[in-house]
Ligand binder design. Structure first.
Ligand SMILES: Nc1ncnc2c1ncn2[C@@H]1O[C@H](COP(=O)(O)OP(=O)(O)OP(=O)(O)O)[C@@H](O)[C@H]1O
Ligand SMILES: [Mg+2]
Length: 278
């Protein structure tokens, strides 16, 4: 199999501060529909980047560009410094082994059980079968769903399906997790349990992530909470603290209208942004 980057090169680039993902003047259109217009931003190692914006502005398209499921019309997407434009299919496949994706609609296979749904990426990567089972159990334990290992997706609630989808994204121990609207369609309480998993992944495994959400509540929960290893739960950061690694990207009408920290976001004077956040 072709290689994306050797483990040594990945480590070297992480140490040198090369962004995990970088969009460099990326534009994307579907026929006359100009979806993204010269979008540029960087996501540093360890960062959680929350992507906000109205429905249909191109958030999912942006995420698909980040792992090469779509290619830009112009500009460049780089993952760990490597341009996706210049990769062939097999290098792209190798790159995706480092990226876990939680799709907007969970996208599980209904006809195979939870274990096989979580395992299939590892099978594609030819991980030895004995190791696969242990890794699947570990990922399901992380999302607190090990009891459902033999169930089929149609037997699960929406929140449980989302958990399986997260287990599938983390099972390959990726460098980057892409969460597309992980709380979409869930009730507020279930949504909070999913955000708790994202916070746990961020604070325990320190995996870089991009997360799309329509719920401002999710965004602010992410910014103001941390995972407490002692209690095993998400707790508010004491004294009104803000997680420094959680940053925001707001997209509207194909353009980046905000790129910065939580504090900068809430203090912004931009009239559109203030209206959107209120
Ligand atoms: N494969 C495709 N072919 C044609 N048009 C597409 C394709 N994928 C997305 N689009 C268009 O691109 C635009 C942005 O879609 P996208 O799914 O990224 O929106 P979004 O911001 O994720 O919306 P939502 O918040 O509803 O999930 C829409 O106008 C959509 O119709
Ligand atoms: Mg979307």
């Amino acid at each position: 199999m072709a290689e994306f980057l050797s483990e040594a090169t990945i480590k070297e680039r992480l140490d040198a501060g090369v962004p995990i993902v970088e969009f460099d003047h990326v534009s994307m259109r579907f026929d006359a529909n100009e979806v993204l217009r010269s979008v540029s931003f960087k996501v540093a190692h360890g960062e959680t980047r929350v992507i906000l914006g109205p429905a249909g502005v191109g958030k999912s398209v942006l995420m698909k560009l980040a792992n090469g499921l779509l290619m830009p019309d112009s500009g460049e997407v780089r993952v760990l410094g490597r341009s996706l434009n210049e990769m062939n299919e097999s290098e792209m496949f190798a790159m995706r082994a480092h990226v876990g994706m939680v799709f907007q609609e969970s996208a599980l296979f209904d006809s195979i059980n939870v274990e096989d749904n979580v395992a299939y990426r590892l099978e594609e990567e030819h991980v030895p079968p004995a190791e696969i089972h242990a890794r699947v159990v570990e990922a399901l334990q992380f999302v607190e769903l090990e009891k459902a290992i033999a169930k089929f997706p149609p037997e699960l609630s929406g929140g449980m399906r989302r958990r399986v989808s997260i287990a599938r994204a983390i099972v390959s121990r990726p460098q980057l997790i892409l969460y597309d609207s992980p709380t979409g369609g869930l009730d507020p309480i279930t949504s909070t349990t999913i955000i708790e998993l994202v916070v746990k992944q961020r604070d325990v495994s320190h995996t870089t992530s991009l997360l799309i959400t329509h719920r401002l509540q999710d965004a602010f929960t992410l910014a103001t909470h941390h995972f407490d290893q002692q209690t095993g739960h998400m707790e508010p950061i004491p004294d009104g603290g803000i997680d420094p690694g959680t940053k925001f990207l707001v997209i509207n009408e194909g353009r980046v209208v905000f790129d910065g920290t939580t504090q900068e976001l809430v203090r912004s004077d931009d009239p559109w942004l203030k209206a959107y956040l209120s």
